[in-house]
Write a protein that binds this ligand. Structure first.
Ligand code: NAP
Length: 456
């Protein structure tokens, strides 16, 4: 049994889950495919809309219950878990309300005749999702695809089975028919077999580059469409005319929310030489105010990491950075507690030849770089194999927009840390993946844009 809830605050095994059998997977594929065919014939968009609205309402009526499942699975602060539950409800509501509009035929300008394209369902989507936002990551792909008419099979991270189970139970309570959403506690081999199955039309994965590459290879081999949301090493650039009050307001949460385990949190702070000491002081002050502890306690501001392995990995990366010349400005003291705690840490002096220069640290570690001018800041921001998001702090927003356009990422946030809302597309370029989730772009990810031309 690979799927276990191990509470990150105590490392106690709370529950183990049985692996899904091949026969159960066959049933999920059969049911999903039958539903896809039925929806292609009968539409049933209004029924699906009601299901998603109900799902959204159940979440809002039971925020505490659903939030506690998240905290027990992967350790996030209960307050952050509650926010995740509410955002999940919001995304479900958004797609329920928007789908009819998004599905309207799109007219095309041509001299050849009357032309338009339809957006149609394509079949079952295999979703492989990570543990850091166990409901939010799932609803981002489930809600749009459900409204399109693509059933979904979910393989969630093996460390958050409680959330996966809770999400499946939620879909049942909302009236979603058998096969519309199926959670499986599957092995990688089983996922590969599902991707190869003719009844499956696409696969999406959010997670590491390794996982993304393996799943995308299988998708490529089987000629299935794929989208990938992978890691990030997002820069936070403080320009000459930044408002330091705003900078202060964004620290330390830009780096430390979700215990630093956010793909698009700010990981590399890029600051002009003249402002460097001032920035370090501000960042350190904000880190000193952080209180690690019980994630269920509302006074706690830093949660344990999601697993013992996650803690070990982050500590190894800090050690590698330091062994190659990085300076610890603050933190990196061991925390004597059975939970997976890593102290909030600030690293500087990471040169290009330091292995950590181009690595994502998925934990509460901020790296600060000093640059001589804006051009060097942009160059450093782009000197990364990742391209997910960035933050630019400047009071001249026109200029900040120009700077944003020069940065090779999928998202830019001006005078804000990362934001995710249903109507804003989310995704990256380079090794941060391809494709977009959320907004109309996410809705279109697995549709068949079906051209119809009535000749003149
Ligand atoms: P991971 O190891 O790739 O795991 C993510 C998911 O992929 C899990 O369900 C995992 O299952 C599964 N998986 C991995 N390899 C697989 C394979 N070969 N076949 C089938 N399934 C496979 O990633 P992680 O390290 O846990 O997650 C953290 C990463 O996700 C970070 O790099 C973070 O930046 C990224 N992330 C990106 C976004 C985004 O939107 N761009 C959002 C959140 C997180 P098991 O758990 O069973 O191994």
């Amino acid at each position: 049994m690979a799927y276990k809830t191990i509470y990150p605050y105590t490392n106690e095994v709370l529950k183990s889950y049985d692996d899904t059998t091949d026969q159960e997977i066959e049933t999920a594929l059969d049911q999903g495919h039958a539903l896809y065919k039925k929806w292609r014939q009968e539409d049933q968009l209004q029924e699906r809309k009601q299901h998603l609205l109900k799902l959204s309402q159940i979440l809002l009526d039971n925020v505490d219950h659903y939030a506690e499942v998240l905290t027990k699975d992967m350790g996030k602060l209960l307050s952050e878990a509650k926010d995740e539950v509410k955002l999940t409800a919001k995304i479900a509501h958004y797609y329920a309300e928007k789908a009819e509009d998004f599905l309207q035929p799109t007219p095309l300008e041509t001299n050849a005749g009357d032309a338009y394209y339809l957006k149609q369902a394509t079949g079952i989507i295999m979703a492989v999702e990570p543990w850091n936002f166990p409901y939010y990551q799932v609803i981002r792909v489930f809600a749009p695809n459900y409204m399109v008419g693509n059933p979904m099979i979910l393989k969630h991270a093996s460390i958050c089975p409680g959330s996966a189970q809770a999400f499946e139970d939620l879909t049942k309570e909302a009236g979603i028919p058998e096969g519309g959403f199926t959670n499986i506690f599957a092995s990688y081999d089983q996922v590969n077999e599902i991707i190869a199955d003719d009844r499956v039309s696409g696969v999406c994965l959010t997670g590491s580059e390794r996982g993304g590459s393996e799943v995308a290879q299988q998708a490529g081999k089987e000629l299935k469409k794929s989208t990938l949301e992978l890691g990030g090493n997002d820069p936070f650039i403080v320009l000459e005319d930044a408002d330091w009050g705003k900078v202060e307001d964004l620290l330390p949460s830009a780096r430390l929310s979700n215990a630093g385990q956010v793909c698009t949190s700010s990981k590399r702070f890029i600051v002009l030489e003249k402002d460097y000491d001032k920035f370090i002081d501000l960042l350190q002050k904000s880190f000193e105010e952080v209180v690690w502890g019980d994630p269920m306690d509302e006074k706690t501001t830093l949660a344990p990491l999601s697993s013992a392995k996650a803690k070990e990995d982050v500590l190894d990366q800090i050690k590698t950075a330091v062994d190659h010349g990085a300076k610890v400005v603050y933190g990196n003291e061991s925390i004597d507690h059975p939970g997976n705690f890593v102290q909030q840490t600030i690293l500087t002096d990471i040169d290009k030849d330091n292995p950590i220069y181009n690595q994502e640290i998925f934990g509460p570690v901020a790296i600060v770089h000093k640059v001589k001018d804006e051009a060097e800041a942009i160059e450093l921001a782009n000197d990364s194999s990742y391209g997910l998001g960035n933050t630019i702090m400047s009071e001249d927003t026109d200029h900040a927009k120009e700077v944003a356009s020069q940065i090779e990422t999928g998202m830019s946030f001006i005078n804000s840390s990362w934001v995710s809302l249903p109507e804003l597309p989310f995704g990256g370029v380079k090794n941060s993946g391809y494709g977009r989730e959320l907004s109309e772009l996410g809705f279109d990810a697995f549709v068949n844009e079906h051209l119809v031309l009535v000749a003149n």
